[in-house]
Design a binder for this molecule. Sequence first.
Ligand SMILES: [Zn+2]
Length: 182
Amino acid sequence: MRDCPHCKMPRKVVRVEVIENGKKVTLECGHSFRDLAVVINETLKTSDSVSVMIMKEPVEEIRKAIQDHDYFKAVTYGCTIFEHFGKLVLISHFRKIERPIGKDRIKYMTLEAVIIMLYTAKLIDDPIYNAILRVKDVRNDFIHEDASIKFTPEQQEVARKSSDHALVCVKFIKALHESMVK
Ligand SMILES: [Zn+2]
């Protein structure tokens, strides 16, 4: 049961679809709402306590998701967190090379654009570049599927490997960000 923002009362969940950065929850009354995993803006304010926790301990969150075999969560969080820290790294980098880019421009860049810019600016090397692109592709496959579907053993294995890659990439980009703001 979830509270319907329109009916203002609890309703049974009939469907959960995965969308960019979160889920779309459809209720028995026919209303639906977006349930965002992480909402980021330039001041790093996040939408709720869960998001704050993810941003504080992103590596731990992904590790926990892997332990719980929640590869979907590990992969989607991994992408969101990589995008978040990747943007901060780009902002620091452009400032350093005296090509400051407005934060608003960076904010609306897609994860793919962030990855390509990090790579072309030589901020990430080939292994991280290839790994995070693969994780992103797996995430995109997920968000086109119903989150409630059962994965085949082969898909489960792909998801597990991607979760491990997501963890490595997030650790890397977070450390890079921390080294640049020091
Ligand atoms: Zn409703």
